[in-house]
Design a protein. Sequence first.
Length: 257
Amino acid sequence: MLAQRDALLARLSTVIRRLRAARRLLRVLLHVLHGLAIVLLRFPLPQPERRARVQWWAAKMLRVAGVELDVLGAAREGGTLLVSNHVSWLDIVAMHALVPQARFVSKADVRHWPLLNRLVDAADTLYLARERRRDAMRVVHRMGEALAAGDTVAVFPEGTTGEGHVPLPFHANLLQAAIATGTKVQPVALRYSDATDAVSRAVAYVGDTTLVRSLWWVACAEKLRVRVHFLEPVASAEQDRRALAAQLRGLIVTALH
């Protein structure tokens, strides 16, 4: 009798978790559609209002997805290159909730995503065709112009997502934009945790994981939290870019552990 009761309670708990996850996914979808409506009907907007909209949308996206946001430190004002480890599609959302002015460098494939590309465009994203070597030079030039103008630019030097434990080696090419303009680089350590794991497995977006599967894992997670840790800025002027990449990765690894 007790075994049957326990089995019934376990099944009931599973059903409740799945219903809650489905509700979260529905709210996420509605929020995405709301964002698209704003972009299609109201953009372009003056820069201060656009950034306020980006921050509001990102912060609410975390809430409807059931993700709590913790922050340590603060983003540097003025022209800055933010360099972060990369774990999930949630990374950009979490950082935009805190630094709405950040212009992310993203793979060019995103420009062809139906509907979602309009949201990405609205955040002044810079696109990089990774399969074309010369395109990296073009993007570094664009980044340099943005940094010289006082913009905040953000990159993920790993070039892909990892599992969240230890960052993959950092590619150094894009750091040349900061070195050429003498712009300070601020490392950012992103860490996700949940009720089960200190380093959450629910957000891992690696291998053959699809966006739909990742969304479901995030929606199912219990007490999912993301900690965004802004570290002390690092001078880049006259630095060797490979040495700078190694230094930044080391600082982020230390902060994660």
